[in-house]
Design a protein around this ligand. Structure first.
Ligand code: FMN
Length: 254
């Protein structure tokens, strides 16, 4: 049994390679009976600012895992910044201890920093890494992926940069352009139900936005842009093995 959170499919792809029984955290989080029983239970999610997305933290906090082996796989793009250690500390706050935490480098979907066309051209040996992780899990290996002082320093620099930003810096990170046709795909892929369609045009209510960027990557008209410089506003990403309907089924809240 494995649970995933995804915006652009990397974490869903990883989950599907690791277990045939995979469930979306964006859906599971609403269930009142949140006790899960299995020989092995896994969680796969992207990292945002080196940490687990808030809905994943909430899921780990509230769920009850009845298992011999609890594991966590964090997908990332360029710098994990000690994500394994940070997630271990976070889970322990909720009384949960992972037997195994690993990180896996995949396409970085963070548009302000990367041109998706350049990113997708890189060979990050994803399947090789997933295969190694699969072997570890089949052997119930106990391990927390190594974190160096340099990783911790990267995270601290990131925290310092965030602390220097104005409090409303991330209040409205997207804008919808006149190219919007009101198809509502943005809302269907949004795990937080942040959009409304009014007069055949999407409007973002960003209060619950976790900045996962599912909407901006999935818009078929590229009519959602970031309110900050993008490396390539024409390039968008979805994991090549994952269909749009899979993202919708995973995330849709309507
Ligand atoms: C808001 C945001 C923050 C991110 N922060 C990091 C980060 O700190 N380090 C990193 O290497 N990748 C970062 N990424 C990239 C994602 O973690 C990575 O592309 C992940 O595999 C996406 O998974 P998904 O396709 O399942 O959504 C970030 C992406 C987003 C949208």
């Amino acid at each position: 049994m494995i649970f995933f959170f995804t915006a652009t499919g990397n974490s869903l792809y990883t989950a599907k390679q690791l277990d045939d029984e995979y469930f979306s955290i964006a859906q599971e989080i609403h269930k009142t009976n949140n006790k899960y029983t299995a020989d092995k239970i896994g969680i796969v999610c992207p990292i945002f600012g080196h940490e687990m997305p808030q809905p994943v933290k909430d899921f780990i906090k509230n769920a009850r895992f009845d298992t011999d082996y609890l594991y966590l796989i964090l997908t990332y793009g360029k710098r994990h910044g000690g994500a394994a250690e940070l997630a271990d500390i976070e889970a322990k706050k909720y009384g949960k201890t992972f037997d195994y935490i690993n990180v896996i480098e995949m396409v970085d979907n963070f548009l302000p920093a990367f041109d998706m066309n350049e990113e997708t051209a890189l060979d990050k040996k994803v399947d090789e890494h997933i295969s190694k992780i699969k072997t570890d899990i089949s052997q119930k290996k106990k391990m927390i992926s190594e974190v160096t002082q340099a990783d911790r320093d990267i995270h601290q620099m990131y925290l310092d940069r965030m602390a220097a930003m104005p409090p409303d810096a991330f209040k409205k990170i997207y804008r919808v352009t006149d190219d919007c046709i009101g198809c509502s795909i943005c809302n269907k892929v949004c795990p937080m139900n942040c959009f409304e369609i009014k007069n055949q045009r999407a409007e973002q209510n960003s209060q619950n936005c976790v900045m996962c960027m599912a909407c901006i990557h999935a818009c078929p008209k590229k009519a959602i842009q970031m309110n900050m410089p993008e490396k390539n506003p024409d390039a968008r990403y979805r994991n090549e093995n994952i269909g749009i309907m899979e993202i919708i089924n995973a995330n849709c809240q309507i």
